[in-house]
Ligand binder design. Structure first.
Ligand SMILES: Cc1cc2nc3c(=O)[nH]c(=O)nc-3n(C[C@H](O)[C@H](O)[C@H](O)COP(=O)(O)O)c2cc1C
Length: 209
């Protein structure tokens, strides 16, 4: 319970490398997630070192040429839009206090995390199975927190999906569904003091007896 309550997105990391053993531990935790018929429809790619540097350079250069729009075009119902606005309002103060902080560039730099985990699935696997992949990513993030590491799930990068595939020469059957920044959190940064507000139970739960 403590790990669940404490975990939060980390948006600034120390340059200290993450030990291989710990990276493997968080990935092994991801693999323990439940999945329909135990299909385990997830694929993970760990990107570090020079490959990560090349990836970040390619993403930043693409971003500077073109600020791409969100890939989800369907309108967001009002109730959820309000929550997004609340988040942007609440995080602003912490972002302003953090020198050079920028969500776009920060996301595309994976907030300087030494480890990037690409999460994907075979493109022939139905989109319903994204649920299973989400469960595995939550396991990964909770395990990371329990081991003293920080994570940020980052989907903004997927707007430049073509750039990621090309830079890392990914197989065409692999569909990317999320990227995750992983590393030791820089707790001196004001942005990492931010804790996102969460809805109350009665806003999300109905009881039928
Ligand atoms: C699918 C997904 C995509 C996300 N994409 C980004 C992103 O591109 N950049 C970013 O800074 N945070 C991103 N986040 C983090 C969310 O903003 C964060 O989870 C939310 O504000 C709740 O905060 P918490 O993770 O601290 O509980 C993403 C989270 C999820 C689950």
């Amino acid at each position: 319970m403590q790990t669940i309550w404490e975990r939060k997105s980390i948006r600034g990391f120390l340059s200290k490398p993450v030990e291989d053993e710990l990276v493997k531990k968080v990935l092994e935790a991801a693999l323990q997630a439940p999945s329909a018929c135990n299909m385990q429809p997830w694929e993970f790619i760990v990107v570090r070192g020079k490959a990560k540097e090349e990836l970040v350079n390619a993403l930043i250069s693409a971003y500077r040429q073109e600020k791409r729009p969100s890939r989800t075009q369907s309108p967001v119902p009002e109730k959820y839009k309000k929550r997004m606005q609340e988040l942007f309002g609440a995080i602003k103060e912490y972002a302003e206090k953090t020198p050079g902080f920028d969500t776009w560039e920060g996301s595309l730099r994976f907030y300087n995390a030494p480890v990037v985990i690409l999460v994907g699935k075979d493109k022939n696997i139905d989109n319903l199975r994204l649920l299973d992949i989400g469960l595995s990513v939550e396991n990964l993030m909770l395990a990371a927190h329990a081991l003293g590491l920080g994570t940020c799930p980052i989907a903004l990068t997927l707007r430049y999906d073509d750039v990621i595939r090309q830079t890392l020469n990914l197989p065409s059957e692999l569909e990317l569904v999320l990227t995750v920044a992983l590393g030791y959190p820089d707790l001196t940064l004001p942005i990492n003091q931010f804790k996102a507000p969460k809805a109350r139970l009665d806003e999300c739960v109905k009881w039928i007896d």
